[in-house]
Design a binder for this molecule. Structure first.
Ligand code: ATP
Ligand code: MG
Length: 580
């Protein structure tokens, strides 16, 4: 492959795009890899397309290596397939729905469990056919609430999705393990720094699930890690260890005047000073009201979540815990419709009578006593005891997780970091096979219900993640496996230098390298150097002024080292650098 910048369809930009906030978005646009079409929708220019294909190639090679077989589904799908599993409605606003000319409902596939299940059901019938794993690398559509950061969170994006079909749970575990290993190889080869984290099953339903998160300050996912036992989990999946129930007798509940105590802090100091209590924020019970919408229906339920007052509710954890329900902020007009709820002074004592669902943090255990709202303006109640003064309807993992919280496995303090989800492996179980009645005929003539796994890699997202994890103040720094070319040969100055650069490029291409040559006439060396740094190819060869003395300059984009070398050694030196 030989690309010549004199004809390459490429325009680099000196300025960051106005809508870009994160480095990968800025750099991929500035370096002419992608262009925005609409929010979360991007086009790929030649260099970007090569990088995207390189990522896809690595993914494909590793999927093939583990024995998965590639197929391809349409993105445009009829509604019928998504009806038996409930996902036509469960997907809510994230699903792109459309109608054909006859008025029939269609959708643009956000993920393809139903389609794969149906395909296997159509072709296979005997236990001898199984196991099988199928995959595709295909464009997905999700009308994300917050499309963000260029191709990092698109509304149209490329995903590798695969699905395993097994006769029993042991088979599913094996398929899951094989995917886990394939993913490790994929991300190692791509040069992505990653962490494997326990994940929440979310809308999919099912049990064992892990996410591959790329640690990154701009990531939207929060994950915890324990440096003692190696436990790592997405914040949504962190399970709060519950303290033991309290059996000691508690004083009776008491209502206290607490004027002017709008915050937990002011409440704590007021009751300590004026009512002789000795509490901290962690002894108060904070109650957050939300409305929970059920996708596909008009039903809106009021739910109150109780967490210890020293913690905020983490909305992402709340969303995950209530999924497929969608929580929304309880507005002033909602309070107006619920006169029983006194804003700022809500306590759980009355919720049973009001018929409102009350879910508590796991720390709010049976027999424990709390200071909380008294359901009257300006009043709080002390010694409000779980099981005596109120009865929660269940627990919920919605409180924020904090650095220093105890590891659920070994109690060592946890650390917290941000990351971007690049892959997800998931033991689905029989949810989709049940909906489609996917059975294999067993050796005894009895049907065996198939069990499934689903596994995704964000192919286009991986391009952004690489840009995010590997760049410097000058531009992108691609690992060789995905770089648009192995070497960037920059001819600067007079005709002769550009000619020599071109000849070197042809020779290196003939020797098997992928080459980009800057052979643009009349472009200043400064501009060419800036472009070369921005584009981020791993090896750079400058054919410039030194040519008069028979030397060229070999640069390493990763380490930043520069070395003058004799022209007649250039070919071998570049080959050595690219094959190191
Ligand atoms: P997220 O939590 O980031 O929304 P998800 O859990 O919805 O992702 P999956 O359904 O597990 O994603 O999809 C598999 C993979 O596809 C993800 O691990 C991610 O790498 C990629 N992916 C998901 N949504 C997007 C998107 N909007 N843009 C780009 N890639 C995406
Ligand atoms: Mg996921």
């Amino acid at each position: 492959m030989l690309l010549r910048m004199s004809t390459l369809f490429l325009r680099t930009l000196r300025e960051d795009p106005a809508d870009a906030e994160v480095p990968s978005h800025k750099l991929l646009v500035r370096a002419g890899y992608i262009r925005r079409v609409a929010p979360g929708i991007y086009s790929w220019l030649p260099l970007g397309k090569i990088v995207l294909e390189n990522v896809a190639r690595v993914v494909r090679e590793e999927m093939d290596r583990m024995g998965a077989q590639e197929v391809l589904f349409p993105a445009l799908l009829p509604r019928d397939f998504y009806e038996p599993t409930g996902r036509w409605t469960e997907y809510g606003d994230t699903l792109f729905r459309l109608k054909d000319r006859k008025g029939a409902d269609y959708l643009l596939g956000p993920t393809h469990e139903e389609m794969f299940t149906d395909m296997v059901k159509g072709e296979y019938s005997s236990y001898k056919d199984y196991p099988v794993t199928l995959y595709q690398i295909q464009t997905k559509y999700r009308d994300e609430a917050r499309p963000r950061a260029g191709i990092l969170r698109g509304r149209e994006f490329v995903m590798k999705d695969s699905y395993s079909f097994d006769l029993d749970d042991d088979g599913l575990k094996r398929s899951y393990e094989m995917h886990r290993e394939a993913y490790i190889r994929i991300f190692e080869r791509l040069g992505i720094d990653y962490k494997i984290c326990f994940a929440m099953s979310g809308a999919m339903g099912g049990s064992a699930s892990e996410e591959f998160l790329a640690p990154c300050p701009t990531g939207e996912d929060t994950f915890v890690a324990c440096h003692n036992c190696g436990y790592a989990a997405n914040a949504e999946a962190v399970v709060t260890p519950a303290p033991p129930a309290v059996t000691a007798a508690q004083p009776p509940m008491k209502v206290l005047d607490t004027p002017d105590t709008p915050t937990i802090e002011s409440l704590v100091s007021y009751v300590n000073e004026n009512h002789g209590l000795g509490i901290t924020a962690a002894d108060t019970l904070k109650n957050l009201v939300v409305k929970v919408r059920t996708p596909g229906s008009d039903e809106v339920k009021t739910v109150i979540v109780g967490v210890p007052g020293d913690r905020e509710v983490d909305f992402k954890r709340l969303e995950a815990a209530l999924s497929p329900g969608v929580p929304e902020i309880f507005e002033a007009e909602d309070f107006a419709r619920h006169p029983g709820l006194v804003r700022g002074y809500i306590g759980p004592q009355v919720l049973r009578d009001l018929g409102i669902t009350y879910l508590v943090d796991p720390r709010v255990v049976e027999g424990s006593a709390w200071v909380t709202g008294a359901n009257e303006p300006g009043k709080h109640a002390a010694h409000v005891v779980v099981g005596r003064d109120f009865q929660p309807d269940g627990t919920i993992e919605a409180a924020e997780v904090r650095a220093g919280d105890a590891c659920p496995r070994c109690a060592h303090p946890l650390s917290i970091d941000r990351g971007i989800e690049i892959g997800h492996i998931f033991q689905l179980g029989r949810k989709y096979a049940d909906a489609a009645q996917l059975d294999a005929l067993g050796p005894d003539g009895k049907p065996i219900r198939i069990t499934m796994g689903s596994y995704g890699v964000g192919v286009s997202r991986a391009v952004a993640v690489l840009a995010e994890q590997r760049h410097d103040e000058l531009g992108l720094v691609w690992p060789r496996e995905v770089a648009p070319a192995d070497v960037h040969i920059v001819g600067t100055g007079k005709e002769n230098q550009i000619e020599v650069a071109s000849t070197l490029a042809e020779t290196l291409e003939a020797r098997g390298l992928r080459v980009l040559v800057d052979d643009r006439p009349g472009v200043s060396p400064g501009v060419k150097f800036k472009d070369s740094e921005l584009l981020g190819l791993p090896t750079v060869l400058i054919v410039g002024r030194g040519l008069a003395n028979g030397v060229v300059e070999l640069r390493d984009r990763v380490t930043g080292t520069k070395e003058e070398i004799p022209l007649d050694e250039a070919v071998e030196r570049v080959l050595a650098a690219c094959r190191a």
